[in-house]
Design a protein around this ligand. Structure first.
Ligand SMILES: [Cu+2]
Length: 133
């Protein structure tokens, strides 16, 4: 009898997990396709940090983003409204909408990140800073 109860408990717990998982996948269904192909390694991986920059009309979600000098960071650009891109001033780095760029800047400083796609009225003011420290 106790065994039976245990089993029922287990079964209902599993049902709950399945329901929760189903809900979760519905919520994240809005076209978040995994474009990251870089393997995630725990030891000595290439990237020291992953930063997501969210763009909308006509701003980026933060005034500044920080990375460490001489260390590789993955900068990902997500456009939630409009079509945008990033060019990092004084470097050759660009980030496409929905894309991830591996960035490694040796020289500390403040690098302006400007929108690289003519996106409308607020385009020229659309910029943010990358702080390399
Ligand atoms: Cu723009």
């Amino acid at each position: 009898m106790i065994e039976m109860k245990k089993w029922l408990l287990f079964a209902s717990a599993m049902c709950l997990v399945i329901v929760l998982a189903a809900c979760g996948s519905n919520n994240t269904k809005n076209k978040v396709e995994n474009t990251d192909t870089a393997p995630v390694t725990a030891d000595g991986g290439a990237a020291s940090s992953d930063i997501v920059i969210t763009a909308s009309n006509w701003k980026f979600d933060k005034k500044e983003y920080k990375i460490k000098a001489g260390e590789t960071a993955n900068l990902k650009l997500e456009s939630v409204e409009g079509m945008h891109g990033i060019k990092i001033s004084n470097t050759d780095y660009t980030i496409k909408s929905g894309g991830t760029t591996e960035v490694n800047i040796a020289e500390p400083g403040t690098y302006e990140m400007i929108c690289s796609v003519p996106c409308g009225a607020g385009h020229v003011k659309m910029k943010t800073n990358l702080i390399v420290e």
